[in-house]
Design a protein around this ligand. Structure first.
Ligand SMILES: [Zn+2]
Length: 421
């Protein structure tokens, strides 16, 4: 049986094994490796496919969204049947990936990555691949990776271009230091809402991410690029900046007594410390300040970075008070708002309530329920207690829909603590 598996692997991966830097040893390492891919949209689905086809032994995939017709021009794992069935992307992707490589262990999660689950999702993997579409989730991934010493392959796409870097704890500074602490804050700018996105840009960035991942997983550390790279597939350009080293006092990527003190302060004061003090501390370290500023300036000059920041900025700015802001999050690109519900209500109970309230049910599977209001706005409820409101246009209207259909004033209010942004 073992011999049979070895023979099959030799045949399946023969061309990859023939590639000298990987070879038979690298292929064995891939088979023993575990990776986490966060997001199964355009980037994430492509990354997951690269990893599973290359022979990575275990893939953990997490995504919060479901397949729609508007995804199909760039999200190459999905087809019209997936969109018709309104399958969660993690579920549809896992089914396809199992058909691609039946020997890979695929773990799929339909969930939003937040501060509470980021650590456990990254707990036992060798590498994390970023296929998300927003800065807030990326920073959580960076925190989880740097506190556990796991390499993070960042990637972001909008319009015809994108950016990518493989950040190795111990060798490079973290994403929080790179983007600066203003990242989750409030500058408005072009996003995939305004720029759109084309499939070649996605594949270009995914290919660069996958190549670095393969180098890291097969032990080709000296071949790692070590740069922050921006590319544009339409106007063709490639630019590179050397990644700065760890920032000594940073609680995530730093080292020594000052980083330890920063970690203690972080444990004591939480987010407020991180947001106010970490950026200032990063600036204190003269040796890396110039390198950091250089990359930050490059990041700020690219539309994609601004797109990266826009979701959390919008999410924080929707309503004046924090409680409301925490409830409602804008998902980039599709006139979609997300909020958390109490998970104690079953999908069948939600179905009964929405029908009673005059909604038409347009999709109903074991993972989610989709309903259309009289004004043809869509409400999607996931089994884990999360809702998307689509077609509302304005956040105020999304909140009206929430209050009318999803809040009954009996303790089933949206739970502001369930959303970690
Ligand atoms: Zn850092």
């Amino acid at each position: 049986m073992l011999r049979e598996a070895e023979t099959e692997a030799e045949e399946r991966y023969s061309q990859q094994i023939r590639f000298a830097p990987i070879g038979a040893q690298g292929q064995r390492r891939l088979g023993e490796a575990s990776v986490l891919v966060v997001g199964a949209g355009a980037l994430g689905a492509s990354l997951a496919q690269h990893m599973v086809r290359a022979g990575v032994g275990r893939l953990r995939l997490v995504d919060r969204d479901y397949v729609e017709l508007s995804n199909l021009h760039r999200q190459t794992l999905y087809d019209e049947e997936d969109a018709e069935a309104a399958l969660p992307k993690a579920v549809a992707a896992a089914a396809k990936l199992r058909r691609v490589n039946g020997r890979a262990r695929i773990e799929a999660f339909v969930a939003d990555v937040d501060r509470r689950n980021a650590e456990s999702l990254a707990a036992d993997v060798d590498l994390v691949l970023d296929g998300t579409d927003n800065a807030a989730t990326r920073l959580l991934l960076s925190d989880a990776c740097f506190s556990r010493g796991i390499p993070l392959v960042y990637g972001g796409v909008a319009g015809s271009g994108g950016m990518t870097a493989l950040l190795v704890p111990g060798d490079h500074c973290c994403l929080r230091c790179l983007l600066g602490e203003e990242a989750p804050g409030g500058e408005d700018g072009p996003t995939c809402d305004t720029l759109g996105v084309i499939s070649p840009a996605v594949e270009m960035v995914a290919a660069l991410q996958a190549a670095e991942a393969l180098k890291a997983l097969t032990g080709n550390r000296s071949a790692l690029r070590g740069t922050w790279l921006t590319v544009d597939a339409w106007h063709f350009s490639v630019k590179e900046w050397k990644l700065p080293p760890p920032v000594e006092p940073c609680p995530y990527c730093g080292w020594g007594e000052s980083a330890a003190a920063a970690r203690r302060e972080l444990a004591e004061h939480g987010d407020s410390f991180r947001l106010s003090a970490n950026g200032e501390r990063a600036k204190e370290q003269n040796a890396t300040e110039a390198a950091l500023l250089c990359v930050r300036r490059a990041v700020a000059a690219e539309d994609v970075s601004i797109a990266d920041r826009s979701e959390s900025a919008t999410g924080n700015a929707l309503f004046g008070d924090d409680r409301e802001a925490a409830k409602l999050i804008v998902l980039c690109g599709r006139d979609t708002f997300q909020l958390a519900l109490k998970p104690s209500v079953s999908l069948s109970e939600w179905r009964r309530r929405l029908v009673a309230a005059g909604c038409a049910i347009t999709a109903d599977n074991r993972y989610l329920l989709r309903a259309s209001t009289a004004a043809e706005e869509r409400i999607v409820i996931f089994a884990e207690g999360r809702a998307l409101i689509q077609g509302a246009g304005e956040p105020e209207r999304a909140m009206e829909i929430y209050r009318h259909y999803l809040s009954d004033g009996t303790g089933r209010e949206a739970d502001e603590t369930s959303v970690g942004f």
